[in-house]
Design a binder for this molecule. Structure first.
Ligand code: ZN
Length: 104
């Protein structure tokens, strides 16, 4: 307890884009070794991450996603970005075919 560092403490809270909390507990590390994982770390509180984990299980079961299938992984990550309201989520960057024809 001799090296308490306020700077380290500050880095453990985030302004969560999903629930709007300005100083909510942050995740300890990025949940994925990707740019998206880094965005989750910077913009999502622990409570909302737990909420996503519960939602992810429902999505995986409901749509029978296989996490060894890259296309399914992409679909899940897209849902994640929407669910967590991550900034920088590009709605046009969808590569999931849902059977809708392109807009005229
Ligand atoms: Zn939150």
């Amino acid at each position: 307890m001799s090296e308490a560092d306020p700077a380290t403490d500050a880095a453990t809270s985030v302004h969560c884009t999903r629930c709007g909390a300005e100083s909510a507990p942050a995740l300890e590390r990025a949940p994925f070794p990707t740019e998206l994982g880094e965005r989750v770390l910077r913009h999502t509180c622990r409570d909302c991450w737990q909420a996503w984990r519960a939602m992810a299980i429902k999505i995986i079961n409901e749509y029978r996603l296989s996490l060894v299938d890259p296309a399914h992984q992409d679909a899940l990550m897209e849902q994640l970005a929407i669910f967590l309201k991550l900034p920088g989520t590009d709605a046009e960057a969808t590569n999931v075919e849902v059977g809708t024809p392109p807009a005229p």
